[in-house]
Design a protein around this ligand. Sequence first.
Ligand SMILES: Nc1ncnc2c1ncn2[C@@H]1O[C@H](COP(=O)(O)OP(=O)(O)OP(=O)(O)O)[C@@H](O)[C@H]1O
Ligand SMILES: [Mg+2]
Length: 371
Amino acid sequence: MFNIFKTNNLVGLDIGSSSVKVVQLKRTGEQLSLINLALEEIPLEVQEEADADVKNDLVADIVKKMFKEHNIHTKDVVTSLPGDDAIVRYVKLPFMSDEELKNVISYEAEQYIPLAIDQVVLDFDRLGEIEEDGQKKLEILLVAAKEEIVDRHLDLLKRAGLNPMVIDVDSFALSNAFERNYGHLEGETISLVHMGAKLTTINILEEGVSHLTRDIQVAGNNFTREIQREFGVSLAEADELKRLQGKVLTETEDIMQIEVPTKEDQSARVGESLNSLLNKLIAEIRRSFSYYESSIRKKTVTRIVLSGGSAQLKNMDKYLAEKLNVPVELNDPFKVLQISEKLFDLDFIHANAHRFNVSVGLALRGGADNP
Ligand SMILES: Nc1ncnc2c1ncn2[C@@H]1O[C@H](COP(=O)(O)OP(=O)(O)OP(=O)(O)O)[C@@H](O)[C@H]1O
Ligand SMILES: [Mg+2]
């Protein structure tokens, strides 16, 4: 069948709070290949800009420059709203037709969305049908975002000269990237844990369907600030210390003697300074898992799949596995893509792979995954 409107090399654009990631994929038959890739850190002074409109314009300029410098000529992009800009709810409603659902959805949504419903952009998806208390019900995914926030996001894209084909939510893009690598993993309950700069996003999936999405306000920025305090250095220096020498202390890790200061001691001191934040993070993850097990699906998480820049902190995977007693692995979104050694710096890709899960997931959503 011809589908003249569908370009099969859409661009996934992930505008994070600390960096912008762009991925362009191309489908040739069954094979997906990488045709463009860019990552740009957002300068600290832009991240800290208090005026939302000024900040929006500055980030738009960064995006525009990235497209220009990387010769990305496609204007059609798939982007996402970060978790804290979107409200995602899983609700059960009495069984009804699609037509009826369309008519009642905003009325129903009012009960679940803590925002004035007339100032909200609302979307929904049917997840499935269930039997509960002898009644047939619909499981619905509701997504809402403040109109003002969606408008600001659209303004940013317009200023950058781009055309949004789809505006997704980070956590759904992450499920796409996961599914592409792992498939549905029958019988398993998977928790995606994506650790960025501002947020850690948790997503719990069974057979490709997400049943819980939650954001935890502990991520890379908190780690950096803690290191800054501990070492009395600037934020930029603390970030560098974290990336180059930071590690999470695990129970199996030998704690070094601090008699003769070595590089290894410094690394252990970074690790120690992160302890209380990590405890907080673990407590929140546990809370989500127990809520899932007791109230949502009565299933235990069988595997954790990690991603995001802060998942690259040394030992993070081992630490989570140890504390939560669940196998943990990092999801490399490039694993199944064909990547030309001539065109791309494989060392760079390898070192930053886990930061690209959202952008790869978005590019897949954009059509590259649907021949
Ligand atoms: N090798 C590394 N070790 C430790 N931390 C790292 C490493 N690489 C990146 N980070 C941290 O990861 C964070 C950036 O990751 P990422 O690009 O996924 O965030 P983001 O998308 O901008 O954030 P968010 O989605 O929360 O808005 C920063 O806090 C950075 O310090
Ligand atoms: Mg992010």
